[in-house]
Ligand binder design. Structure first.
Ligand code: NAI
Length: 233
């Protein structure tokens, strides 16, 4: 049975990814940094939920050392500090989780993925392509995730590891509920998105599952928008 490790998999988009992979017969280890979310996520058949802070090198190494086989790494852990990111400490914290944390997970899992011929999917953002004025750190981190994806894809193709990213548009999660509840901002999202709806976490999960599948066997180094056409107009 194939095994996937999903950081940030205990809620939001990551949880949607986990649900899709479980439905397709994967065994999944889902991690989150918040103990409440991790305990609420509850273990199930073929699903283990764990606490993991991707900025904690020793913690990452310890978790990866427990894994016997790994076919997929999905880096979904991410934060934003909207309105605070011109402060250098806040800037560094966001980069540490979103960009350095992604790199830490990728390097920690390299040998396991090389052994299985596995694949990585990183979660980028529309701000991989556009600038977010209130979130310079998030923008820089997600731009970095896109470029990191290409560098690792180029370097690790020789090891049989494919590395891709998805760039979600507006996805309905706990994080974005406040926007959806505000009629003006909700309307802005809907009118700016050609498909005229919010995405679901499972929309992102299905795109990731495609990138993990043999159908994407010659696909590496890409950043694929999952955005209902947002980045096309
Ligand atoms: P969320 O806040 O619901 O989930 C974030 C997850 O990351 C949580 O499971 C949390 O425990 C984990 N996390 C946070 N800090 C961590 C750390 N230091 N170490 C390990 N895990 C940590 O957010 P959501 O909306 O599900 O976002 C997930 C990913 O998708 C993020 O990378 C986000 O940037 C990205 N994204 C979200 C979009 C949206 O519309 N919701 C749009 C584009 C990208």
């Amino acid at each position: 049975m194939k095994h996937a490790l999903v950081t940030g998999g205990t809620r939001g988009i990551g949880r949607g990814v986990v649900d899709v992979l479980l439905s397709q017969g994967w065994r999944v280890t889902a991690t989150g940094v918040n103990p409440d979310h991790v305990s609420k996520a509850r273990d199930a058949d073929y699903l283990t939920n764990r606490i993991l802070d991707v900025t904690d090198g020793a913690g990452v190494a310890a978790l990866v050392a427990e894994i016997d086989r790994l076919d997929a790494l999905i880096n979904c852990a991410g934060i934003t500090k909207r309105g605070q990111e011109y402060d250098i400490d806040a800037f560094e914290q966001v980069i540490a989780v979103n960009l350095t944390g992604t790199m830490r997970m990728c390097t920690a899992c390299h040998d396991l993925l090389a052994e299985s011929g596995g694949a990585i999917v990183n979660v980028a953002s529309m701000l991989t392509f556009f600038g977010g004025p209130l979130v310079p750190a998030y923008t820089a981190s997600k731009g970095g995730v896109g470029q990191l994806t290409k560098a690792l894809a180029a370097h690790w193709a020789k090891d049989g590891i494919r590395v891709n990213a998805v760039a979600p548009g507006w996805i309905h999660t706990d994080l974005t509920q406040v926007l959806k509840d505000d009629p003006v901002r909700n309307d802005t999202v809907l009118s700016r998105t050609p498909m005229g709806r919010w995405g679901d976490p499972e929309d992102v999960g299905r795109a990731i599952s495609l990138l993990l599948s043999p159908d994407a066997g010659f696909v590496t180094g890409t950043v694929i928008p999952v955005d209902g056409g947002y980045s096309a107009v």
